[in-house]
Structures are given as structure tokens and as C-alpha cells.
Design a protein around this ligand. Structure first.
Ligand code: NAD
Length: 290
């Protein structure tokens, strides 16, 4: 079996896959590859598949499959698999880290110290305790965030068209209810035709003034220019995001210049432990195929 590892996995993975055949990280070997391992960086497009005549299986280490043209794979008889359960804790912990960093003013405090400024009086903190967290999407990751937010004493509400009841969160039957009631809003939906741009000017106008939005879902769920405008006007208090309309965002992304944006470079799934879990699942998949 010829295996091509296109994206960043745990360093142990090539060695673990060696018993299954030839393993390479050289994209020049795409024409020979039978199995392609990707995360979110590599885009599996129709054009790319044109250069991969021997491909039989694409494994996406991670959750979303929005970087894979599933129809084009299907048309070619190429199987597509992912590792949907591995990343929930890793992403939920980053969502909590972002959610804690904003009201605790961690970045301003740290930067101030580095600049020799002791901003004890200037930096006013607020607490998560007794605030309402609204989750958009309460699948695997949303559920892990809900449990952690509960432990902080937050009231957790959620909108998810496919979830009617939940053990931890109170399910609201319209997104508007969640938008109106939330002090914090955390995005955990996939990118679909329905979710693309769903947080736009109209949606921001329905939210509480000063709402803090955390996005570890997908960048394109927010309309970036509308969000930059809402941050400037103060309608949105802060936007803490791990995800972008593209990786990396273009230099003229309106969010890079907007105030009160806390940014990470799409590292939600990149914990050491998660990369090992993803590797375990990739090995299991290949073992099952014999
Ligand atoms: P999941 O499938 O378990 O949960 C997604 C939930 O979103 C589902 O319950 C689904 O019903 C719900 N949903 C779908 N359309 C919706 C809509 N219009 N409004 C509200 N809810 C809707 O997936 P998951 O494992 O929880 O992952 C969620 C998303 O997180 C992924 O699709 C991916 O985009 C993102 N993700 C990001 C990172 C990262 O590195 N930041 C890593 C992994 C996953």
C-alpha cells in the first residue's frame, strides 16, 4: 500500500504506518498514492484527484470534511473517512481557553507586563459565573464545552436543529432565542449551505450588546465584514477565534484590523494528545482494511 501523509500529524505516525506499506510525505508522490492522509490544510479537489490516478482512500484526521470534494471522490470510487470522535476534548479546551482569556484580559495583561506596564487598575475583569453561554451546534464538541461551562457556573443554552433534548444544555427551538439571551456565544456547527454566513449583520443586531463570540467551528459561519463592523460599533464586545475564512486569513481580512479580536491559527485539534488519538484511529482504519 502506498501511503502519502500530506499534512501535519504526530511525528510517530510514519513509523506506525510503515507495516502497511510505503509511507511518504512527498507530495510529488501523489500519482502513486493509494491512501492519502490529510488534516485541514490540504484541499482534495477534483483537480487534485486528476493527479492521483491510484487513489482509493482519503483519511481526514479530524472532524469537518469541508476541505474534501466528496462528490468528486465518490465519482472516482475513492472512499473518504475521518476521525470524528478524536478531537472533541482538544477543541472544547481551546474554546474554554478563548472564553476565559477575553474576560480575564489575559492578552492585554501579559502584553502590558512585557512592555513594563503594571495595568492593575486599568484592567477590569469580569467572570463567567452566572453568565449565559449560547451554543450554536451541540454535537460532540458543543457537548464537551457545555459540560465545562456548567462547571464554571454558567447557564448553558443551545440551538441545534437536530437535537431536541440534552442532558447539560437547555435546548432552544430557534436560533434567535439563543442569540437574544447569550452573554457568550460559542460556535460548534459544521460549515454547510445553511451555516455559511449565518452570523451576519441581522444576527449581530439581535444579540445582547457587548456579546462575546467564540469560534472554534468554522470561519465562514460568520460574515467577516459584518462582524468587523459590529466589533467597531461595540455591538459585539469581542470575537475570539481559532478559525478563518481561509488558512491563513488574507492580509486584508477585515478581522485582522478590527478591535477586540483574539486570534489563534486553527490549532483547535492540534493538541499532542489529539494527534496521538488521531494516529490510533488511522492505524485502526488501515488494520481493518487488512
Ligand atoms: P458534530 O457533528 O458532533 O456536531 C455538530 C452539530 O452541529 C450537530 O449536532 C449538528 O446537528 C449541528 N448543526 C448542524 N447545522 C446546524 C445549524 N444550522 N445550526 C445549529 N447547529 C447545527 O461535530 P463536532 O465534532 O461537534 O464538530 C463541530 C465542528 O467543529 C466541525 O464541523 C468543524 O467545523 C469544527 N472543528 C473545528 C476544529 C478546530 O480545529 N478549531 C477541530 C474540529 C472540528
Amino acid at each position: 500500500m502506498k501511503i502519502l501523509i500530506a499534512d501535519a500529524f504526530d511525528a510517530s505516525l510514519p513509523g506506525r504506518l510503515a507495516p502497511f506499506g510505503d509511507v511518504t510525505g512527498d507530495m510529488g508522490k501523489l500519482p502513486e498514492a493509494e491512501v492519502l492522509l490529510i488534516r485541514s490544510k490540504t484541499k482534495v479537489t477534483k483537480e487534485m484527484l486528476g493527479g492521483a490516478p491510484n487513489l482509493k482512500l482519503v483519511i481526514r484526521g479530524g472532524v469537518g470534511l469541508d476541505n474534501v470534494d466528496k462528490e468528486a471522490c465518490k465519482a472516482r470510487g475513492i472512499e473518504v473517512m475521518n476521525t470524528p470522535k478524536a478531537s472533541s476534548v482538544a477543541v472544547a479546551e481551546l474554546a474554554m481557553a478563548l472564553m476565559l482569556a477575553v474576560p480575564n484580559r489575559l492578552v492585554e495583561a501579559h502584553n502590558g507586563m512585557k512592555e513594563g506596564k503594571f495595568l492593575k487598575k486599568e484592567l477590569k475583569r469580569t467572570e463567567l459565573y452566572q453568565k449565559t453561554l449560547g451554543l450554536l451546534g451541540i454535537g460532540l464538541i458543543g457537548t464537551e464545552v457545555a459540560k465545562r461551562a456548567k462547571a464554571f457556573g454558567m447557564k448553558v443554552i443551545a440551538y441545534d436543529p437536530f437535537v431536541l433534548n440534552h442532558d447539560v444544555a437547555q435546548i432552544k427551538h430557534s436560533m434567535d432565542e439563543v442569540l437574544k439571551e447569550s452573554d457568550y456565544l460559542s460556535i460548534h456547527t459544521p460549515l454547510t449551505d445553511q451555516t455559511k454566513g449565518m452570523l451576519n449583520r441581522d444576527a449581530f443586531a439581535k444579540m445582547k450588546k457587548g456579546v462575546i463570540i467564540v469560534n472554534t467551528g468554522r470561519g465562514k459561519v460568520v460574515a467577516e465584514q459584518d462582524l468587523a463592523d459590529a466589533l467597531r460599533s461595540g455591538q459585539v464586545g469581542a470575537y475570539a477565534t481559532d478559525v478563518w475564512s481561509s488558512d491563513p486569513p488574507p492580509p486584508d481580512s477585515p478581522l485582522l484590523a478590527a478591535p477586540n479580536v483574539l486570534m489563534t491559527p486553527h490549532i483547535g485539534a492540534s493538541s499532542k494528545e489529539n494527534l496521538l488519538r488521531i494516529g490510533d484511529i488511522v492505524v485502526e482504519i488501515l488494520e481493518k482494511r487488512g
